[in-house]
Design a protein around this ligand. Structure first.
Ligand code: FAD
Ligand code: GLY
Length: 370
């Protein structure tokens, strides 16, 4: 293996892979180091919603526009990445129905309904779109232009496309330590020592060890999520249906993903009976006909959560040659293109919106006291 790179990216989930893609596109000599298989962790657990509206309604000034921008990049990426890698992103239009079971639920959708791209539908109108949805709804917020993708496909397509353009991708290669000597980083990996001029920490929920090693007292906490995949033989569901953090997402391959649990601070990666029970109950509530569907598989993953549930994207406060791109919590698939592009622009010293730099800087909150 070559032992010297311009940029070393630590972590080959969707975030690290997107960064490699945007850097390789600019002919930057980049290497990705991934402890497991590319995309094996949180990325492969994701449902794949590009839920700019349904997941980011809380912050309409910065986070929502960033999410919408990232979502918009996918329409070009699906062809660009397919052309380079031959991997299908599973890009699927169809929209999301955010269901309301009561007037209180409807009130909670108010911020989202204020967006021009969201429409309120009464229960009978929802049923025209989705015949089998719960009989107990009062209506739904309909977001016609939300999309979903196959997360592992997107991640592999980013990594493969980056490789085609010259990036080095090392899977099954764990980074053990990072040290700076003069202007160069010495990166100790399970395959030997490599050097790089810059490092990008994109190690998801496992980033805390690198924060510490690079002199920062910040923390990432896991929020475990479990999912079930079922076969929808009749292809009943056309839209994603969503209620109270739970959802059923139809994929292009005839499967429905039922997700997801939210277990704070749970580092275990096994699926629990309680988790499955909760998901089955929720699926039957949202889509009663799902009771007869056959289980195809179950899985779980760890969402990387920061203190304010917004990602860390940007430079180390004291060293511009260290960058962070981690903590994407519930939205890493949605935010990967904009994150990859932003990191590449920062490295190339191109303009990046000031409000994005401020919103995502790692030192926006207080460091932990130890
Ligand atoms: P990861 O995919 O976890 O990648 C980090 C990588 O770093 C890992 O592969 C790990 O092996 C590697 N690594 C760690 N330490 C080292 C080391 N020392 N050396 C080398 N490699 C290392 N988001 C959406 O946008 N839409 C959704 O519908 C959605 N649904 C979700 C459903 C569930 C159940 C879960 C759990 C998450 C969901 N998410 C969704 C969130 C999304 O999956 C994450 O935000 C995203 O995958 C984070 O990507 P990442 O690359 O930062 O992390
Ligand atoms: N964004 C969906 C999830 O994290 O479960």
């Amino acid at each position: 293996m070559k032992t010297s790179y311009e940029v070393a990216v630590i972590g080959g989930g969707i975030i690290g892979s997107a960064i490699a893609y945007y850097l390789a596109k600019e002919q930057i000599d980049v290497a990705v180091f991934e402890e497991n298989q590319i995309g094996a962790k949180a990325t492969s657990a994701a449902a794949g919603m590009l839920g700019a509206h349904s997941e980011c309604e809380g912050d309409v000034n910065v986070f929502f526009p960033f999410a919408r921008y990232s979502q918009s990049l996918y329409s070009k990426l699906k062809d660009e990445l397919y052309g380079l890698s031959g991997i299908d992103l599973g890009y699927r239009k169809g929209g999301i129905l955010k269901l309301a079971f009561s007037d209180r639920d409807k009130k909670e959708l108010a911020t989202m309904l204020a967006q021009p791209t969201v429409t309120w539908l009464e229960a009978e109108e929802v049923r025209k779109l989705e015949r089998d949805v719960s009989p107990h709804i009062v209506g739904a917020a309909y977001i016609q232009d939300d999309i979903n993708v196959l997360p592992i496909g997107v991640c592999q397509a980013f990594a493969k496309s980056a490789q085609v353009m010259g990036a080095s991708i090392f899977d099954y290669t764990k980074v053990l330590h990072i040290k700076k000597q003069h202007d160069t980083f010495l990166i100790e990996t399970t395959r030997g020592l490599v050097e790089a001029k810059r490092v990008v920490i994109a190690s998801g929920v496992w980033s805390t060890t690198f924060f510490k090693e690079l002199g920062l007292q910040y923390q990432m906490t896991p929020v475990k999520g479990e999912c079930i995949s079922v076969t929808d033989e009749q292809a009943v569901l056309k839209h994603t249906i969503f209620h109270d953090k739970y959802y059923i997402v139809p994929r292009n391959n005839g499967k429905l993903v039922i997700g997801a649990t939210m277990k704070e601070n749970d580092w275990t990666e096994q699926v629990s009976l309680n988790g499955i029970e909760t998901l089955i109950q929720k699926a039957k509530e949202l889509l009663p006909t799902s009771a007869h569907m056959k289980i195809d598989s179950v899985w779980s993953g760890l969402r990387p959560q920061t203190f304010d549930q917004k990602p860390f994207i940007g430079h180390h406060p004291e060293d511009e040659s260290i960058l962070f791109a981690t903590g994407h919590y519930r939205n890493g698939i949605l935010l990967a293109p904009a994150t990859g592009e932003m990191i590449a622009n920062l490295i190339l010293k191109r303009d990046v919106k000031k409000e994005w730099i401020e919103a995502f800087r790692i030192d926006r909150g207080k460091p932990l006291t130890v």
